[in-house]
Design a protein around this ligand. Structure first.
Ligand code: PLP
Length: 496
């Protein structure tokens, strides 16, 4: 394709395409970056620049780009049967096979999968199933859902309501009032100074119980949580968190929905986050890694306990009146099966655990001591580096400074795609699960350069002595030496 035509496509895009989660006026001015191709962990834009996509797209291309095997499976399925629905007792071969196969991979026995097309619609389906469950149990008042601040569950009206990110609420008159948000569990930013992780978990559990009692246990239907929060900041549950929370949910007959849209399919080094954190959910949301994003597909997986009630919908209500035209799509299911073949044959869950441990260690070695890095965190192949204005006091940068968003620019010029998590002032990593240790080193090297390029002043500490340098282009000049350990950690160091 000629360069002229590529430029023309950018103009066409700018003129005609409303991009998700993109500042519209800025995009109209600057135009998009069109990604043209991908292979392994790399993608290339239409200008020919290569990037390591250390986010696997949006935390989803677990098997990496350019897998011929998936392309062939999709093509074969389209030639054989491009579409059939699953309404009124119909179904297709790949969907039946995929449902059975996913159930076998789960860490706990579950009963059935309802397939959708996105994580958002799966969470909407989950809530409808929870409501149906309680209607069928003659508990029509038991409908509220507890979600957590900083969680991300999607963008549809219900899923965005569950999400605990204020910028997804205010402009859209959300959340709907049946959703109640409880505290986010981030130990580093939220726990009182000196409190242990276990005590913090117990505190959060007490707070949850108080909320349930204040609302009335008979009105609360479910609690939804990502095993490890992704888009809200790569927030790990503190030690003992789910251990403290789950008995409270059981005590008040509240269902647990584990949103595994990011954690599922190997991200944490186990097939599911529920396995990693020992969760016993009643409903599980899956998407992303189910097909590695080659074709959209999601799933709502229900336990035997929920199924035993839902099955009575037929005698009591005449049926299960829910489903999408593209539920159980055979082409998506064929992609899912080929995706699982690759994941199993190449032991990508094992790779996520092994290379993930290396990546986590190297990230900490490279950035934990940086004066503007408050916390490096993560599990398996998901991680974040959080920036702070004052490391000693853990003072965050003002969110209006958009530290992480601005840092993106420097990452892109270094050829690494990370993702800014604005509410956390953090940059996140969630690379394809095929990544090698050498490639992790390259991600870290590029990120380190981006970090240096984003500084006007750099402080290097040697044996407790701080050397402060001024950086102008490629020239670095020593401007002061300070024997006190804390001259650093100020916002002015950042050059965005
Ligand atoms: N749930 C979680 C945990 C997610 O991370 C996401 C998307 O990132 C969703 C739900 C929504 O999925 P989708 O964007 O496919 O609607």
């Amino acid at each position: 394709m000629s360069t002229g035509l590529k430029e023309n496509l950018k103009d066409l895009d700018r003129a005609s395409h409303l991009h998700p989660f993109t500042p519209p006026a800025t995009l109209s001015q600057q135009g998009p970056s069109l990604i043209a191709e991908g292979k392994g962990i790399y993608v290339k834009d239409t200008a020919g620049k290569d990037y390591i996509d250390a986010m696997a797209g949006l935390w989803c291309v677990n098997i990496g780009w350019g897998r011929e095997e998936v392309a062939e499976a999709i093509s074969a399925q389209i030639k054989k049967l491009a579409y059939y629905h699953a309404f009124a007792g119909f179904g297709t071969e790949p969907t039946a096979e995929l449902a059975a196969r996913v159930l076998k991979l789960l860490p706990i026995p579950m009963s059935k999968i309802f397939f959708g097309n996105s994580g958002s619609d799966a969470n909407d389906s989950n809530i409808k199933m929870v409501w149906l469950y309680n209607n069928l149990r003659d508990k029509p008042q038991k409908k509220k859902i507890i979600a957590r601040q900083r969680s991300y569950h999607g963008v549809t009206v219900v899923a965005a309501s569950l999400t605990g990110l204020p910028h997804m609420h205010k402009a859209f008159d959300l959340p709907l009032d049946f959703v109640k948000h409880t505290h986010n569990p981030h130990y580093y930013t939220c726990a009182p100074e000196g409190m242990s992780e276990r005590d913090w978990s117990q505190h959060l559990a007490n707070e949850l119980e108080a909320l349930i009692l204040a609302e009335g246990p008979d009105t609360i239907a479910a609690f939804i949580a990502e095993p490890l929060m992704g888009a809200g900041g790569v927030i790990l549950p503190p030690e003992g968190y789910f251990e403290a929370i789950q008995p409270i949910l059981s005590k008040y007959d509240i269902l647990l929905i584990a949103d595994e849209v990011i954690c599922g399919f190997g991200r944490l080094g186990t097939w599911f986050g529920s396995g990693y954190y020992n969760l016993k959910p009643d409903i599980i949301t899956i998407a992303k890694g189910l097909t590695s994003g080659y074709v959209p597909m999601s799933g709502s997986i229900i336990s035997e306990k929920v199924w035993d009630v839902l099955v009575t919908a037929e005698s009591k209500l005449g049926g299960f009146n829910h489903g999408f035209t593209y539920s159980s799509h055979p082409v998506a299911a064929a992609a899912g099966l080929a995706n699982l073949d690759i994941m199993e044959r190449e032991n990508l869950v094992g790779n996520s655990q092994k290379v993930g441990a290396y990546f986590q260690r190297k990230l900490r070695e490279a950035f934990s001591d940086h004066p503007l890095v408050g916390e490096v965190r993560g599990v398996g192949l998901v991680a974040a580096v959080e920036f702070v204005k004052d490391k000693a006091k853990k003072t965050p940068f003002d969110l209006t400074q958009k530290v992480a968003v601005r840092m993106n620019k420097h990452c892109l010029s270094e050829g690494v795609i990370s993702r800014a998590l604005p509410l956390a002032n953090a940059m996140s990593f969630s690379p394809p699960l095929i990544i090698t240790e050498a490639e992790c080193d390259e991600v870290i090297a590029r990120f380190a350069k981006a970090l240096i390029n984003s500084l006007t002043n750099l402080c290097v500490k040697v044996f407790g002595v701080s050397f402060l340098y001024k950086i102008e282009g490629s020239t670095t000049t020593l401007i002061s030496i300070d024997l006190s350990p804390l001259v650093l950690s100020r916002g002015e160091f950042l050059n965005f």
